[in-house]
Structures are given as C-alpha cells and as structure tokens.
Design a protein around this ligand. Structure first.
Ligand SMILES: C[S@@+](CC[C@H](N)C(=O)[O-])C[C@H]1O[C@@H](n2cnc3c(N)ncnc32)[C@H](O)[C@@H]1O
Length: 190
C-alpha cells in the first residue's frame, strides 16, 4: 500500500494527518474511468470535503442523501435527473464518467457557482472548454481513492489524477485554501 500524504493548508498552517490522507493503493485492475467499469457509483472520499471546508446547497449528481459523503442540503439522483432539475446555490458536481461529462460541465459553467470534480484529462475537448471559463482549476496532489459504492470502501488508485474546477467566489476560495493541489486561473482567451 502506497500512501500519498496530503498537506492541507488552512490559514497558513500545514496539517498532515494520516487519517485524513488520500491513500492510493497499488492494487491492480482498478480503472473506474474505463468504459468497461461495471458501476457508475464511485463516490468522493470525505478527505476532499474536509479540505474544502464547504457545505454545499446541492449535490447535482448523487446516489441519494446519506449514501455518499457529500455535505449538501439536497441531493439530486438519477430519478430527479440533475441535468434537467433546477440548480441553485453552491453546487457539487462529480458527474457520472463518460460522454456526458461535457454536458454536466457546461451546466456548471452556466450556473457559475460550484465545484466539479473530474479526471484531469487536459487534452480533451470538454476539459479545454471548461478550463477556459473556470475561475480556478486545482490539479490534485496524488490520486483520489474514490469509494466503490458497492462496497463503501476505497477502491484503490484510479488511472489518473483529478481536477477540481471552480466557479464563483465561494468555490474559488474553498479550492485555493484546501491544499488539495496546485491551483491555476486560466488566462483570458484572445
Ligand atoms: C461519480 S458519482 C458521484 C456521487 C457523489 N456526488 C460524490 O461525489 O461522491 C455520480 C453519481 O451521479 C448519479 N447520477 C447518474 N446520472 C444522474 C442524473 N441524471 N442525475 C442525478 N444523478 C445522476 C449516479 O447514480 C452516481 O451516484
């Protein structure tokens, strides 16, 4: 088991805590980004939310209240359809992976208040489009051990790192103080 320690910076203080560590195991065969993955139920681990220090108004794509660690007042499930239901306040968006990622990110960009968590596929059209309009992008230090919704346990290391894409001052502030990784602001397109 390989551990990637996450230094969490808050108010100028670096905090390292093994219980709040992003663990990346070297277990083989975990490729939940792959279209062959057998489930879309991969959940964000609590360490990410502890570092962000935010309570969201809405989780726009969720397995349901109490089924994941997302601190939010309301959770849209596939039955509500978070893509067509109204978004309000500061939202959390860890979209189902696949072709629809671009649509979820476009909706977040239009909404203008919230955070998306996606794989850092910087070469893709959807990432380029999103990066151009975000207020901040954070490339995570280490890989996030997403929780397998079938077992409620960390599933090991995904095939790539992640990016937090923030819109609006609340999201921007939370991401920049989180210590989750290196942050960038996209330069205006000319
Ligand atoms: C990658 S998981 C993220 C779960 C949780 N938001 C988190 O960050 O831990 C994506 C979730 O979106 C749900 N989902 C899929 N399609 C959806 C839709 N159209 N509207 C709302 N939720 C949806 C899935 O059931 C799954 O629980």
């Amino acid at each position: 088991m390989q551990l990637i320690e996450l230094g969490v910076h808050r108010a100028g203080v670096t905090r390292k805590n093994t219980s709040q560590t992003l663990a990346a195991s070297t277990r083989k065969g975990f490729v939940h980004e792959s279209p062959r993955a057998q489930t879309i139920e991969w959940f964000t681990p609590p360490e990410v939310f502890q570092a962000l220090g935010l309570h969201f108004d809405l989780d726009v794509c969720s397995p349901g209240a109490g089924k994941s660690c997302v601190p939010a007042d309301r959770h849209y499930t596939i039955h509500d359809d978070g893509l067509t239901s109204p978004w309000y306040g500061t939202v959390w968006c860890n979209p189902p992976y696949g072709n629809a990622t671009r649509i979820w990110l476009r909706k977040l960009a239009e909404h203008g208040d919230g955070i998306a968590l996606v794989f850092n596929r910087t070469d893709t059209a959807w990432f380029q489009e999103t990066a151009a309009t975000a207020d901040v992008i954070c490339f995570t230090k280490g890989r996030i051990p997403f929780i397998d919704g079938r077992t409620n346990r960390p599933a090991g290391s995904p095939g790539t790192g992640s990016a937090l894409i923030g819109y609006g001052p609340t999201a921007q502030q939370a991401i920049q103080q989180s210590g989750l990784g290196l942050c960038f602001q996209p330069a205006p397109l000319q």
